[in-house]
Design a protein around this ligand. Structure first.
Ligand SMILES: Nc1ncnc2c1ncn2[C@@H]1O[C@H](COP(=O)(O)OP(=O)(O)OP(=O)(O)O)[C@@H](O)[C@H]1O
Length: 286
């Protein structure tokens, strides 16, 4: 069997803060504390948790923008703390791409869509000019935008269209691991599901693994294969999506699930049966 795409083993990331601004009183923020999990290839692995629970810190460690305080992260079988030097880092970053939350601030307003999608190909020295143009033309079609948009600037596109450009850029280098950092939270609800459908289609086509950071449980329910719940830097619950939604064990998870907008009558009946105040975590009659 192939090794997993991601392995976290007892991963820790602590930040030292000086409380009074002069470095006299030090406090430690345990942003990620002893977190372990495995992400199989080709799946969508969702990370849920409220603000400050450590989601972004995990993504930053995965992208090697932050070093670990303790533990081990393997990506594609490689211990990422061993990646040293500019060239090795560049080669690693080719494997791991990110789709940011806000497409407006993540696309350079002075560049055309063609230039934006082509940029990673240039940075990584891929192909001749005409080969790159050919690739850019393929990519814009993969994300279901017309070729004529290549000459436009980001401000001429809607939020959903800009996010499609962000997705095209993220897959330009054939990276197999894509971090989705709340990819639809800045979009209108009507556009969200279309972008998620596109992400699903692309995942199948290119066998992508998604590390999907989100607050949106309804999206997770429809989209993710596996879910972990983070609370204050700790992993408090995990499971296959179906299992976690139907049998949440942790009180914190139950409270989160209670907050999902009602999806259908059956879900509502189920949610009604969850006794939030019941600290034994039992589900009435279920
Ligand atoms: N560079 C830093 N220096 C000090 N503390 C930090 C730093 N980065 C993150 N933290 C702290 O680590 C904790 C986790 O932050 P993180 O950004 O990972 O949370 P998050 O779950 O992604 O939140 P959000 O959903 O708001 O993006 C928070 O308490 C945050 O204040």
């Amino acid at each position: 069997m192939k090794e997993p795409m991601i392995e976290f083993q007892n991963v820790q990331k602590f930040f030292q803060l000086s409380q009074n601004g002069f470095g006299r009183t030090r406090t430690m923020v345990k942003a990620v504390n002893e977190v372990s999990f495995t992400v199989p290839r080709g799946q969508t692995f969702a990370v849920i948790g409220e603000s400050g629970s450590g989601k972004t810190t995990m993504a930053k460690m995965l992208m090697k923008f932050e070093d670990l305080t303790g533990g081990l992260i393997r990506v594609d079988g490689q211990d990422i703390s061993k990646i040293k030097g500019k060239e090795a880092l560049k080669a690693y970053r080719r494997k791991v791409q990110i789709v940011h939350q806000d497409p407006t601030s993540s696309l350079n307003p002075r560049k055309t869509i063609k230039e934006i999608i082509e940029e990673p190909l240039i940075v990584h020295g891929m192909g001749t000019r005409s080969e790159r143009l050919q690739r850019v033309r393929e990519l814009i079609q993969v994300v279901d935008l017309p070729l004529s948009y290549l000459d436009r600037y980001p401000h001429m596109l809607s939020g959903g269209q800009k996010q499609r450009v962000g997705i095209a850029r993220a897959i330009a280098l054939n990276s197999k691991l894509i971090i989705l950092d709340e990819p639809t939270s800045a979009l209108d609800v009507s556009v969200q599901s279309k972008v998620m459908d596109l992400l699903k289609k692309i995942q199948k086509e290119f066998q992508l693994t998604y590390f999907f950071i989100t607050h949106d449980l309804a999206l997770v329910k429809n989209f993710a294969d596996y879910v972990i719940i983070m609370e204050k830097g700790a992993l408090v619950e995990e499971g296959k999506t179906e299992q976690l939604f139907h049998n949440p064990r942790n009180l914190y998870t139950k409270n989160l699930l209670k907050a999902i907008p009602v999806i259908g009558e059956e879900e509502q009946r189920f949610l009604d049966r969850i006794q939030i105040e019941d600290t034994t975590y039992s589900i009435q009659g279920g």
